[in-house]
Every structure is written in C-alpha cells, then in structure tokens.
Write a protein that binds this ligand. Structure first.
Ligand code: DQA
Length: 143
C-alpha cells in the first residue's frame, strides 16, 4: 500500500506547542514512529506537513492515482476548511482523520470537522498512538 500522511499547521511545533495538550514529543519523533509503523507493515509512506491550506489541497490532489490511502490531521484547518474537505472528496481515496487531543471535549469551535466528513474513521485523544491506529485500520482494509 502507498500511504500519504498529512499534518497541518503548527504540528511542526510539537513538543514546544502546548505540551499539556499535545505532549512533549516533537514532530521528528512522530515522523519516526510513522516510518517505523509503516516499515513493519510493509507500507510505502510519504509524510507531508504544511502550515498552508492551499499546499495541503495541492498535496491531496497529487495523491490521485498515486496513493492508496490518506491519514490526515488537518489541525486547525479541520474546523474551517471546506477546501480540504472538497479535495478529499474529489480524489475519493480512503482517508482516516487523526487528532492528538480529544477535540470533542475541547472548545465549541473545535466541534465541527469538515475534513472528517470525507473520512471513513476518526481517531482522537490517543496522542501519537492515534496515527498507528489509523495506519493499521487502513492497512487491514486496503493493504
Ligand atoms: C488537533 C486539534 C485541533 O483542534 C487543533 O487546531 C490542532 C491539533 C489535534 O491533533 O488534536 O492544531 O488537530
């Protein structure tokens, strides 16, 4: 399986950013865990992080015909971006949404997920392990 893992804005600042919510491990530790998980499962993975909505839309579009599935943590764009929702719907690839924190128990403005409307599963509140769960889920169905 060819997998694309997308992380949205401010996730490059993991470890520094609100550690009481997002933990003390940095983005490099997250990428290492994802690479390790995919290697064990025989998945070919591409990781992408961007602070820019359009760059994320471009990346999703480029996955069409190239990738088999997407794991996406759109970060703050989760709650605002119809463009990312439309891109996910446009390419039609199986996708799983991941959030490090339990967004359901947080502020009102985080209660709507646009990207989630195009994802077949959401994993939240499990920290880095949420990415592992998302990858395993997609591998079982599409690997
Ligand atoms: C997040 C939750 C979002 O509400 C927030 O804007 C983020 C990170 C998470 O992983 O818990 O940047 O997606």
């Amino acid at each position: 399986m060819k997998l694309l893992v997308i992380n949205g804005p401010n996730l490059n600042l993991l470890g520094i950013r609100e550690p009481e919510i997002y933990g003390r491990q940095d983005y490099q530790a997250l990428t290492a865990l994802i690479h390790e998980t995919c290697a064990l499962l025989g998945i070919s993975v591409e990781l992408f992080q961007s602070n820019h909505e359009g760059a994320i839309v471009d990346k999703i579009q480029q996955a069409y015909g190239e990738k088999d599935a997407i794991v996406i943590n759109p970060a703050a764009y989760t709650h605002t971006s119809v463009a990312i929702l439309d891109a996910l719907k446009a390419v039609g690839l199986p996708a799983v949404e991941v959030h490090l924190s339990d967004v359901k128990s947080r502020e009102e403005f985080r209660q709507r997920s646009y990207a989630g409307m195009a994802c077949e599963k959401t994993v939240m509140g499990k920290g880095f392990d949420g990415y592992v769960e998302a990858i395993e889920y997609l591998n079982e169905r599409y690997g």
